[in-house]
Design a protein around this ligand. Sequence first.
Ligand code: ADP
Length: 484
Amino acid sequence: MKIGIKFKLIAFTGSLLLVVILFLSVFVLNGIKSYQDKEDEAILFKQKDMFEQYFSERSSLGNNGTRDKAELARGSIFNKPWLRTIPASVYDTKGELLSGFKVDGKLNENKEKNTMIEYAMQGKVSFAKKDGVIYFYSPIKYKNGIVAILELEYSVKESALFYDNIKKMFYGTGFAALIFGVILGIIYFFNLTRDIYIMKDSVENIQRGNFHKIQLANRNDELGELSKGIVFMSNTIEKNIEELKVERDSLNNAIDKLKKMDKEQKEFIGNVTHEFKTPITIIKAYAELIGMYENDLCLINDGTTNISKECDRLATMVDKVLNLSALEKYDFEIRKKEVNLKEIIDEICARIMGKIKKNDLTFKSNIEDIIVTIDEESLRHVIINLIDNAIKYNRPSGSIDIECHKNGNKITIIVADTGIGICKEDLPKIFEPFYRVESHRSRETGGAGLGLALVKKLVEKQQGTINVDSKLNEGTIFSIEFSI
Ligand code: ADP
């Protein structure tokens, strides 16, 4: 069974107080007792000495030479009242009572009287205490001889009463002191143990990781220092755990990122393999056909056109794949310089205008004259890709709208078309490499689903963002935002 420190401390204090009180009581009471005994003895001896001296003075007078010494002793007691302060009796040397003086006139009840008288006859003094009375027997000597025996009956009832009172007082005050001491102990140890329990709880809370529940025992002693130490320790552990958590989280994030990258890379390689296989298969098939039908001019014409088309597709794909993986793997070197956005976009539009017209599309532009520090090559690549898509996925007689304006420290470039649009489910995926909404149509237009992935990477490399909004069969709006 576990006994709490509070109970142990109170029990210890109680026991200690009890031992101290008992020891003090025994010590003091014994002292009083022995003092009283010595006092009584001294009184009795003094009485005996006075009697003996008086007797000796009387015996030395010449007129009593014939008289018996014991008779003289008997008379001595009654003649002198000051010798009668203590009840006394005189016995002759044969043990016969000669005379006595008693307060109440009774003979004494000492049963050992005879033995004690015999002792006195041998010249020895003896005491016996009974019922609050000391019986004292002493020989009365004259000129080296015993002439009578003196018996004194000294009542010690008063001093016994005094002793009893003192004893009661000791026990009473001792008991009160014990109760008072235990109550004081309970109050003091309650406070002390409360602080110890605060520290115990704090340690348990540290074990459970409840650092917010740690309490400080406000004391100016060693326990206070211990409590401060626990709080300090708890703060340090909490800080270390927090740091470890942050490290673990960032490690987990890094692992997740690596896993994602690994997955993306595998998908990317799978897609690359797949996308490259198609044009190679077509090229191989045409080459075999031309080999088989050397004289078929129509086939040869068709074959060379298709082989050249697929080669172009392959070249564009290789270019984009290389660009993408370069952006992915290396810290792409951004060569920023001050450029006029209007000049660049106008120039691109002028170059692409033939294609726009060829597709019977209307073109509108609203571009502010903005000077911006940016990587020109990347910007050209992004805008060309977006306009190219706006042409490819437009509808006959549709239109393309380009806007560029500045708002505070933000520059927004918008490329909108009135084309086929993209459905909601596909919108988040179009920036993934090799993702095509309608692969057969995209393939017809020569796309491999790499353009937007490249655009997104280039925009993000320059701390920009790209967003898309589209409605199926109504059109698509790409908006790019850069901070300056
Ligand atoms: P691709 O080279 O095949 O055009 P992109 O990465 O440029 O590849 O585009 C991915 C897909 O997003 C395309 O296959 C097409 O389905 C869709 N898409 C891109 N731009 C538009 C647009 N302006 N309108 C409609 N669909 C578009």
